[in-house]
Design a protein around this ligand. Structure first.
Ligand SMILES: NC(=O)c1ccc[n+]([C@@H]2O[C@H](COP(=O)([O-])OP(=O)(O)OC[C@H]3O[C@@H](n4cnc5c(N)ncnc54)[C@H](O)[C@@H]3O)[C@@H](O)[C@H]2O)c1
Length: 401
């Protein structure tokens, strides 16, 4: 069987490489020529453990070829980005332009009996729109099988989770759900959960909104605790001894390209109904602003007492601990804001070697040279650091608790 994978990023490339190693003939497509060229050399353009081995083996065996154009296949998998339009103070709205243009690009190659699978995280109704685009291109969509199969892998563990995670398959018809489920069964060890396309779309958005709402609760609590002079980490620990309470960790906001993005796909379509989900997004965004104000106040106090501006160590830039991913990262946003407002900042990110926008410091050097140490991300390196009592410490991620 031949599979055409559209979009060779964090999701598409691991999927293409896995399928090729399982014996499928894979035609990978990406609009970026350097991505195509890198893969055809058996190399990778993204950081993900074990992916290089899979890609190298797949390309060497001739089972994986990358191209800037699609080709005829039995199965088409769409794994292109689904960001949102940032539109000032309005509610961000989903941008499904990449999905639509990927669908248009495969239309000339789709024929009777093919499977067309949308893996991109999508607002409710997108799979139906994929069908609409194919219909407009003259394809009899009664004779093909279209389904949404959302991806839930965790970066850093993608090669394992692609096989082991349970998968949801939501077809536009029952036959599509069945056919696409049979395809996933050939390489997934997890359970295949069958539903319809709309439920599958909302399920993925629900999972990430659930996380966002729960993190918002922890973040709101941290602000309330600060007002009372209560240690939120101790409070959380105590409350979680209740057998039915499980409060998550507060932090400096919510980042990454999933949890900070996907809830808006529900809110933008349900302005009246999605009150809690919207509030959670606002609470998590507000937490980032609150952290900036806290740091600025501490800097001002230092300046008044010492008649000079403090040096501030910003510890961690990634969107969560122990990764190098800076996408939608509130820690990076905070650090940039402080630098742009003229603060003397020593930025630290042990998981990133080089950063183009400003200098990165070794964490020990930053701690030695700074007056105020701000922990933004709970990286493992920071947990055991010894800090001189004379330094002022602001710990927003509980790494020192
Ligand atoms: N990365 C994750 O951990 C993760 C997890 C779950 C779900 N998702 C979802 O999967 C989807 C893909 O995410 P990603 O992280 O792989 O994105 P990515 O940005 O890493 O990769 C997408 C690739 O698609 C290519 N592309 C864009 N338009 C194209 C087109 N018309 N034809 C061919 N290629 C095209 C881009 O050049 C890029 O290389 C998104 O909807 C995302 O929300 C991602």
């Amino acid at each position: 069987m031949k599979v055409c994978v559209i979009g060779l990023g964090y999701i598409g490339l691991p999927t293409a490489a896995l399928l090729a190693n399982r014996g499928y003939d894979v035609h990978g497509v990406d609009i970026q020529k350097h991505v195509v060229d890198t893969i055809n050399k058996g190399k990778i353009h993204i950081v993900e453990p074990d992916l290089d081995t899979f890609v190298q083996a797949a390309v060497k065996s001739g089972k994986l070829k990358a191209d800037i154009k699609p080709a005829e296949a039995d199965v088409f998998i769409i794994a292109v980005p689904t960001p949102f339009h940032k539109s000032g103070y309005d509610i961000p709205t989903p941008n499904i332009d990449y999905v639509i243009s990927a669908t248009k690009s495969i239309a000339p190659y789709v024929k009777e009996g093919n499977l067309v699978i949308l893996e991109s995280t999508s607002p409710v109704g997108t799979t139906q729109k994929v069908e609409g685009v194919l219909k407009e291109s003259g394809i009899d969509t009664q004779k093909i099988y279209i389904a949404h199969c959302p991806e839930r892998v965790l970066p850093g563990k993608i090669m394992t989770e692609l096989v082991e995670n349970d998968r949801i398959v939501g077809g536009l018809t029952k036959e599509a759900t069945e056919k696409v489920s049979e395809f996933y069964k050939t390489f997934v060890n997890g359970e295949i959960l069958k539903t319809d396309a709309k439920t599958a779309e909302l399920c993925k958005l629900t999972e990430n909104s659930f996380r966002d709402v729960n993190i918002a609760f922890a973040n709101e609590l941290s602000i309330i605790c600060d007002k009372y002079g209560i240690d939120v980490w101790e409070l959380r620990e105590l409350a979680n001894h209740h057998p039915r309470v499980n409060i998550l960790y507060p932090g400096v906001g919510v980042g990454g390209h999933c949890i900070a993005v996907d809830p808006w796909f529900i809110v933008s379509d349900n302005k009246e109904e999605a009150k809690l989900i919207k509030s959670a997004r606002e609470v998590n965004n507000y937490k980032t602003e609150w952290v900036i104000e806290k740091i600025k106040n501490e800097a001002l106090k230092f300046e008044i007492e010492n008649k000079r501006k403090p040096k501030i160590a910003c510890m961690g830039l990634a969107f969560k601990p122990d990764i190098d991913d800076l996408r939608e990262s509130p820690a990076l946003y905070i650090t940039k804001r402080l630098i742009n407002e003229g603060m003397d900042v020593l930025a630290v990110e042990p998981n990133v070697e080089k950063f183009e926008e400003f200098k990165l410091y070794n964490y020990k050097e930053a701690i030695d040279k700074s007056d105020i140490i701000v922990f933004l991300v709970g990286h493992k390196e920071f947990k055991t650091l010894k800090i001189n009592d004379k330094k002022r410490v602001l710990d927003f991620c509980g790494v020192k608790s």
